[in-house]
Design a protein. Structure first.
Length: 192
């Protein structure tokens, strides 16, 4: 992957949980046919309707560690205690071999690592919630987490929001329609 071709671009979306990055990414995948979603790997088990190879590449904690040791990951992070997420090298190569631009929906630390590794090839966008209170409200409305997990996510979000200035673009998601329109404009300009 060291000898990168000119078309090998990536768009990185990072945000605190509940900020709306997945909604924005799904929208952009419909608007721009040459975008392709990078499926991350995780050491956690599937939840609900999640499917292996579609939602995530689900690996056991032992397999995840073995693949880290083999150098299979471009980047990886222990996002929560005992739960790792990462980007598999072969996933990126698969998308670039098809001539597509990779789109990441990834945690903040992973997004910054990818931006450092790929520089101008990467457009790093931070999706900013309007406020911590609104973020808490969205997480509660999802109905997926316990009150303790929501507070853990909110505390983590406050730390992640401090990293927003390190991204190429900070996209405020106060109004979804406006956030989608801005995302289309920024991504369209990057793709040329």
């Amino acid at each position: 992957m060291e000898s990168r071709r000119r078309f090998e671009k990536m768009i990185i979306f990072s945000a605190p949980s509940g900020a709306g990055k997945s909604t924005i990414v799904r929208h952009l995948l419909k608007v721009f046919p040459r975008l392709e979603f990078s499926v991350s790997a995780t050491s956690r088990p599937p939840r609900g309707e999640e499917r292996d190879g579609v939602s995530y590449h689900f690996l056991s904690p032992e397999e995840f560690r073995a693949r880290v040791e083999r150098g299979d990951f471009v980047e990886w992070e222990e996002v929560y205690a005992g739960v790792c997420y990462g980007t598999l090298r072969r996933e990126m190569e698969r998308i670039w071999e098809r001539g597509n631009t990779i789109v990441f929906d990834i945690d903040v630390k992973g997004g910054l690592k990818l931006k450092r590794l790929f520089g101008e090839q990467a457009l790093a966008i931070f999706v900013m919630p309007p406020s911590v209170e609104e973020l808490r409200r969205r997480l509660i409305m999802r109905g997926e987490d316990t009150p303790e997990n929501i507070e853990r996510r909110v505390a983590k979000a406050e730390l992640e929001m401090a990293d927003a200035p390190h991204f190429d673009c900070v996209l405020l998601n106060d109004s979804l329609a406006e956030a989608l329109a801005t995302a289309e404009k920024v991504v369209g300009a990057f793709l040329g």
